[in-house]
Every structure is written in structure tokens, then in C-alpha cells.
Design a protein around this ligand. Structure first.
Ligand SMILES: Nc1ncnc2c1ncn2[C@@H]1O[C@H](COP(=O)(O)OP(=O)(O)OP(=O)(O)O)[C@@H](O)[C@H]1O
Ligand SMILES: [Mg+2]
Length: 247
């Protein structure tokens, strides 16, 4: 058999698509009902979704469609009324409160629209707050995380002495300092001008490629949506469409 024949025989094994990454989030028929006196609001009305490791995924939809509720359930900040949420291989609803808090503080980082920095603390002290209790080398690790978001020279500044984009990058350093598996970012660019929004996104994309961190965003922001690999559209608590490699 000639060499080209042999290559042709084995070539199909090289052109096989890579196997999908393992799931980091598995949601099955998630419902969330809020009760306010006699009134009930169904914030999520049966969401089934798999998010794979290495995701860069945006949840979009109009105000009130359930985006924050979905992120809060993925982040174990809120429990579903029914359905099963499996996050990083565990089912948080089956854990004790202490075990769930510990799991969340190690595996999941949060970034919020309003940055949520402590105003009386410096940038580096704010980043240290992102490390779970008992972790060592706090100052050194926080400074490294600030360097990663190009803010090493701002370490001693307080939030009020920084721009919105800088504050959001401090918040990203706080989320990433513990090297979480998953970062949840609820409207992270909503308060930022275009240049700052781009910088914030650049930092998150770099963290994803360096550390394999998965990112799940909620957003209305087209600047953010166009840089995503996957988009999940919500309406009235239901997924109405998905784009990208969402299974
Ligand atoms: N704690 C709560 N108590 C009662 N209703 C709630 C609560 N949290 C959310 N809701 C309701 O659930 C629905 C979904 O809210 P959610 O905050 O998830 O929407 P959203 O898509 O994040 O909206 P936005 O784009 O305005 O942030 C809304 O109708 C909201 O009023
Ligand atoms: Mg919201």
C-alpha cells in the first residue's frame, strides 16, 4: 500500500470533531416562583440547559425575563422552587448550608453591574476579600490578580479614586483571585463606556484562555453579546432560542 493510501486510511481519525467539553452546569426543568402576599411571579418557568467547561455564554432577554434569577440559581445564591441544578459536578440543593457556602466561595466568582466594592478598602484589600477564609498569601495573591487586570499601580487606591472601568476590573480580580471554575457576571458592562467595556471583556477572555475559567453573563449589551461563543435568549422565564454551541 502506498503512503498516500495509508494517509487516506488514517486521515478520518484526524478529522474527527473534538469531543464536547464536560458540562460545568446542568439545569433540568428549573422553576422559580416568587410569592409576594397573594401574588405569585414565575421568574423561571422550566429551564433546561447544559453549559460546558470553557464557556463564554450570555443570557439575554428583556427586563424581567429571568436572567438574574437564572444566574443566582447557577451561583447557589438562590434555590430553585423545583427542578435540579447540578453545578461543577455537585447538586447544591442537597448540601448543608455550610457546605454550600464553602463550595460557592471556592468554585464560583461573581461580578455585578454595580461593582460592589467596599468603599473604605483599597483595591488590593477588596481583591483579598475574594479569597476564601483561611487561604494563605492573601496580599501576594491579590497583587498578582491586580497585575492580571493591569491595575498593579492602583493597588492602594480606594474605589472612589478610580474610574468605573477600573473599579470593574478590581471586581474581576476579586472574582478571579481564588481561581474559580466558573464566573457569573450580571450585566457587567451596563455602567461602562465602550472603551472600558472592551477592556473588561478583554480581561475576562484572557482569564478564560489562561485558566480555563467558564464565564456566564447576563446582559442587554450588544457590545458584549457580539463577543460571546454562546447566547441563550430568555422570555418570560423560558428559553426561546439558543445560538452557538449550547447543547
Ligand atoms: N425577590 C423577588 N421577589 C419577587 N419577585 C421577584 C424577585 N426577584 C425577581 N422577581 C421577579 O421575577 C422576574 C424575573 O426577574 P429577574 O430579576 O430575574 O429579571 P431580569 O431578566 O434579570 O431583569 P433585568 O434585565 O431588569 O435585570 C421579574 O418579574 C421580577 O419582578
Ligand atoms: Mg437582572
Amino acid at each position: 500500500m502506498s503512503t498516500p493510501d495509508i494517509i487516506e486510511m488514517i486521515a478520518p481519525s484526524f478529522s474527527m470533531p473534538a469531543p464536547p467539553a464536560p458540562p460545568i452546569v446542568n439545569l433540568t426543568d428549573i422553576r422559580k416562583v416568587h410569592r409576594l402576599g397573594n401574588v405569585t411571579v414565575e421568574a423561571l418557568a422550566g429551564v433546561t440547559l447544559t453549559i460546558r467547561e470553557d464557556a463564554f455564554l450570555a443570557v439575554t432577554g428583556p427586563s424581567g425575563s429571568g436572567k438574574s434569577t437564572l444566574l443566582n440559581i447557577i451561583g447557589c445564591l438562590d434555590a430553585p422552587t423545583s427542578g435540579v441544578a447540578e453545578i461543577c459536578g455537585v447538586v447544591p440543593a442537597l448540601m448543608s448550608d455550610n457546605a454550600r457556602t464553602d463550595f460557592r466561595s471556592r468554585e464560583i466568582g461573581f461580578v455585578f453591574q454595580s461593582y460592589s466594592l467596599v468603599p473604605t478598602l483599597s483595591a488590593v484589600q477588596n481583591v483579598e476579600m475574594g479569597l476564601p477564609r483561611g487561604e494563605r498569601d492573601r496580599r501576594e495573591r491579590a497583587l498578582t490578580a491586580l497585575e492580571e487586570v493591569s491595575l498593579a499601580d492602583q493597588a492602594r487606591r480606594r474605589p472612589s479614586e478610580m474610574s468605573g472601568g477600573q473599579q470593574q476590573r478590581v471586581a474581576i480580580a476579586r472574582a478571579l483571585v481564588k481561581r474559580p471554575s466558573l464566573v457569573l457576571a450580571d450585566e457587567p458592562t451596563a455602567n461602562l463606556d465602550s472603551h472600558s467595556a472592551e477592556l473588561v471583556l478583554d480581561v475576562m477572555m484572557e482569564m478564560r484562555s489562561r485558566f480555563g475559567t467558564s464565564f456566564v453573563f447576563s446582559t442587554h449589551d450588544p457590545r458584549l453579546v457580539e463577543r460571546m461563543d454562546q447566547i441563550v435568549n430568555l422570555r418570560d422565564g423560558k428559553i426561546i432560542s439558543q445560538e452557538g454551541h449550547v447543547s
